[in-house]
Design a protein around this ligand. Structure first.
Ligand SMILES: NC(=O)c1ccc[n+]([C@@H]2O[C@H](COP(=O)([O-])OP(=O)(O)OC[C@H]3O[C@@H](n4cnc5c(N)ncnc54)[C@H](OP(=O)(O)O)[C@@H]3O)[C@@H](O)[C@H]2O)c1
Length: 228
């Protein structure tokens, strides 16, 4: 099985934070960032979202722009990409607005181990999700998402999930909106105490696009440079 293409999409402050000191949603991006985000969503078949982000925000981003919805309709695709919640626990508050959003919800969770042994059985599917896939090593997980028809993936944060997928070197591109604010605090977009493997540093990312988005925001798109 070959893997899908995966882009990490984040809005960050000039000092590389994705959330304010107190945590929770920073509401960092303006109209230009919103358009860039919706264009990325319009490209995607599915979006990976960390459980903590979902619990804190309550919902995920939807495509609202009429031209992007029309583009997907003409392509014969669903209006919204599949939202793929990533979680190791089964704690899903039923009242989250996420569960009434007009999109398909999948869950990536470890296979159940009630006796402490690996036997690969699936957990019962929590209410509100249409499908569950086992959370394994990232290359295997991404290959099974591709096999399930999701070839174009976004990773919408947060920091813990981004760090985990980056550590597996499974991110093909970074789409970062730099927003004209300084937040300070501990919420860097890769957790400050997280160690990345070697090889992701200098020259590992090639600038594919940089453009002003208005409102003093800048979009940066970097593609992972992999040797053939
Ligand atoms: N500025 C932006 O663009 C942006 C985007 C997204 C999020 N954010 C911010 O980011 C913050 C949340 O980020 P976060 O770093 O605290 O949490 P997160 O990455 O959203 O979620 C972490 C959770 O994901 C689940 N998980 C399952 N497998 C995992 C794995 N292999 N690696 C890591 N996590 C895994 C676990 O959930 P369980 O506890 O269920 O096991 C874990 O607790 C919020 O403040 C949010 O506002 C900002």
């Amino acid at each position: 099985m070959s893997g899908p293409e995966l882009w990490l999409v984040l809005a960050i402050s000039l000092d590389g934070r994705l959330a304010p000191v107190a945590g929770g949603a920073a509401q960092l991006g303006g109209a230009g960032d919103r358009r860039a985000l919706e264009e990325a969503l319009a490209w995607a078949d599915g979006c990976l979202i960390g459980a903590s982000t979902l619990r804190k925000h309550g919902s995920t981003c939807l495509i609202h722009e009429a031209d992007l919805l029309e583009q997907r309709r003409l392509q014969g695709r669903a209006p919204q990409p599949v939202a793929i919640a990533v979680s190791r626990s089964a704690a899903w508050p039923a009242e989250l607005p996420f569960f009434t959003q007009p999109l398909e919800r999948w869950l990536l969770a470890p296979a159940a181990q009630p006796d402490g042994l690996e036997h690969g059985a699936e957990r019962p599917l929590p209410n509100g999700f249409q499908r569950q896939l086992p959370l394994q090593a990232w290359p295997d997980t991404l290959a099974s998402l591709a096999a399930a028809g999701l070839q174009r993936l976004l990773l919408l944060g947060g920091a813990q999930l981004a760090a985990s997928v980056l550590t597996a070197d499974a991110v093909d591109g970074l789409q970062l909106t730099l927003c004209p604010t300084l937040l300070g605090g501990q919420h860097t977009w890769i957790p400050a105490n997280h160690l990345l493997p070697q090889g992701l540093e200098r020259a590992a990312w090639q600038l594919e696009q940089s453009r002003p988005l208005g409102g003093d925001e800048v979009l940066l798109r970097y593609r992972r440079a992999r040797s053939a």
